[in-house]
Design a protein. Structure first.
Length: 322
C-alpha cells in the first residue's frame, strides 16, 4: 500500500479507486445500461412528485410488467425509492444517488470532481436551521454538471431560488405564522433578521416564490449543529411554508432543493426535531428520505405543557462516507 501523500515516481501507474467505491459506481452504471431505464429515470426526474407504475407506463409507452422489472433493478441499487401510500406504491428518484452520479463518472475516468460552487445549479445554491428547534411543515449528491439528470421540477408557477436580504420581511412573517400555529417550534417569537442571518449558513438558504408576483411562499435553511470539525458535515434544518401555499408541493420542492444544495457541499447528515403532533411535517420528511432516530420525551415546556420531540435525520451517501 502506498503511503498517503507520497510523490509518485515518473512512469509509476496511478492508484485505482477504492474497491468499495468502484463496486458502487459499477452497480450504478449497470443499472442504467438500458435505454428504457434511462427513460424511466428521466420521467421520474422531470415529474413534480412521486409517480405510480401506471403513470410511468403512460409516460414511457412500455408494458406494466416491463416497467415493474426495470423499477426493481433501479431500486436494487437505490437509484429509485418506493413509498407506499395505502395499497399503491409511488416511485421517486434517490437524489443523493443521482446527484453523485456525475462525480462518479468524473472520478472513474480520472477527472477532478466538479466544483460545487461552479457547477451546482443556481436554484440549488442556497438553504440553513433554527438552532436546535423543531422544524415546521410546509431531498445527494455532489455537484451536478449541466448535462446531468434534471432535478424534479417545483409546482407550476413556483420557483426555488437563493434567499436574499430583500426577502427578510416575508421570510420572518412566514416564520412567525408557523410559530403561531403552536406546532412548529418551542420558540414563540421569530428572531430579528440580524439574528436569523447570523444563525444560518449563508450557502444553504432557499425561498419558494410565486412566478408572477415574486411573493415568497416558503423558505428552508440550515444551521451547524457544532463547531467541532468532526461534525462539519452535519446540519440542522428548518422549513416553513405560508398558510395559503400549503398542500401545493411547495414544502416538498424546498426540501428537495435543500437536500441537493447540502449534498453538493459535502454535507452528509441533515437532522431536525419535530413535534409528534405535526403529522404534516412528519409525512413530508418521511417522503424525502428522513427517518425517526429517537424521541426526547417531555424535553421542554411549550404553552404551559411538556412536549416530546421526535429526532429525524437524513443521510447522504457521499463517496467515502458509507
Amino acid at each position: 500500500m502506498k503511503k498517503p501523500g507520497r510523490r509518485r515516481p515518473p512512469g509509476e501507474p496511478p492508484e485505482p479507486l477504492a474497491r468499495r467505491e468502484a463496486r458502487q459506481y459499477a452497480a450504478w452504471f449497470r443499472a442504467l445500461a438500458d435505454p428504457t431505464r434511462i427513460q424511466i429515470v428521466t420521467v421520474l426526474a422531470r415529474a413534480s412528485g412521486p409517480l405510480t407504475v401506471g403513470q410511468i407506463v403512460a409516460a414511457t409507452d412500455v408494458t406494466q410488467a416491463t416497467v415493474s422489472q426495470h423499477l426493481k433493478v433501479l431500486a436494487g441499487v437505490r437509484f429509485v425509492l418506493a413509498d407506499r401510500r395505502g395499497t399503491a406504491r409511488y416511485y421517486r428518484l434517490n437524489e443523493a444517488c443521482v446527484g453523485s452520479f456525475p462525480t462518479a463518472a468524473d472520478l472513474v475516468v480520472g477527472r477532478a470532481a466538479p466544483d460545487p460552487a461552479i457547477t451546482a445549479p443556481a436554484a440549488m445554491a442556497a438553504a440553513s436551521p433554527p438552532a436546535a428547534t423543531p422544524s415546521a411543515a410546509s431531498p445527494p449528491a455532489t455537484s451536478a454538471p449541466a448535462a446531468s439528470l434534471p432535478a424534479p421540477d417545483p409546482p407550476d408557477g413556483v420557483s426555488i431560488r437563493p434567499m436574499a436580504s430583500g426577502d427578510a420581511a416575508q421570510v420572518l412573517a412566514i416564520y412567525q405564522a408557523g410559530l403561531d400555529s403552536g406546532e412548529a417550534s418551542f420558540e414563540t417569537v421569530a428572531p430579528s433578521w440580524a439574528d436569523f442571518d447570523a444563525a444560518r449558513l449563508p450557502g444553504h438558504r432557499l425561498v419558494a416564490v410565486a412566478g408572477g408576483s415574486g411573493e415568497v411562499l416558503g423558505w428552508a435553511a440550515v444551521s451547524r449543529v457544532s463547531d467541532r470539525c468532526v461534525y462539519e458535515g452535519v446540519v440542522e434544518h428548518s422549513i416553513y411554508v405560508a398558510d395559503g401555499a400549503r398542500g401545493r408541493g411547495v414544502g416538498a420542492a424546498l426540501l428537495r432543493a435543500l437536500i441537493a444544495s447540502t449534498a453538493a457541499a459535502g454535507i452528509w447528515t441533515i437532522q431536525s426535531g419535530i413535534f409528534p403532533e405535526n403529522t404534516a411535517s412528519l409525512r413530508l420528511h418521511e417522503r424525502a428520505g428522513f427517518r425517526v432516530v429517537g424521541i426526547r420525551q417531555r424535553i421542554g415546556r411549550h404553552h404551559d405543557r411538556w412536549r416530546d420531540v421526535l429526532l429525524l435525520e437524513r443521510r447522504t451517501n457521499l463517496p467515502g462516507t458509507a
